[in-house]
Design a protein around this ligand. Sequence first.
Ligand code: CMX
Length: 136
Amino acid sequence: MKPSHIEHIGIAVADLKAAVKFYESILGVKCYNIEEIADQKVNTAFFKIGQTKIELLQSTDPEGPVGKFIEKKGEGIHHLAFAVENIEEHLSDAEKKGIKLIDSVPRKGAEGLDIAFLHPKSTSGVLIEFCEDKKK
Ligand code: CMX
């Protein structure tokens, strides 16, 4: 039971349109998807680099998780997402190891993936996400 790869790196940005333009210019790769995740209060933009994606996150609400993050720490790397098989098993294993979960039950994230976060207070300050594509 281990992740297959880094599914995406989430980056908090203040201005999604400007950030998309910047990443397109430095990577030479086009943004292939822009999607709002209403329950997370974010707009997202995706780039694919090999198997891994860059997920730009702009808050739609200053009280949302990304809005609060930018207010406190400024723009920058927000979370690291690992692609797993059997996300429920990964969550129960983390819980057994005493790691605090934000989501004990997976929920739907961008691109139809099942996602769940571990609390950064339990993970040396890095917000970690597990995600699984159940359509595969
Ligand atoms: N990385 C590292 N630390 C983080 C963090 C992050 N991304 N977000 C918050 N924190 C830290 C804060 O700095 C704060 O630390 P201190 O207590 O030392 O000051 C602590 O966590 C609590 O943060 P807070 O601002 O008071 O906010 P909340 O407790 O309300 O929420 C958290 C924190 C992590 C539970 C919340 O942001 C959350 O549920 N995040 C997961 C969901 C998420 O981020 N969704 C957006 C991504 C969209 C997607 O990819 O689907």
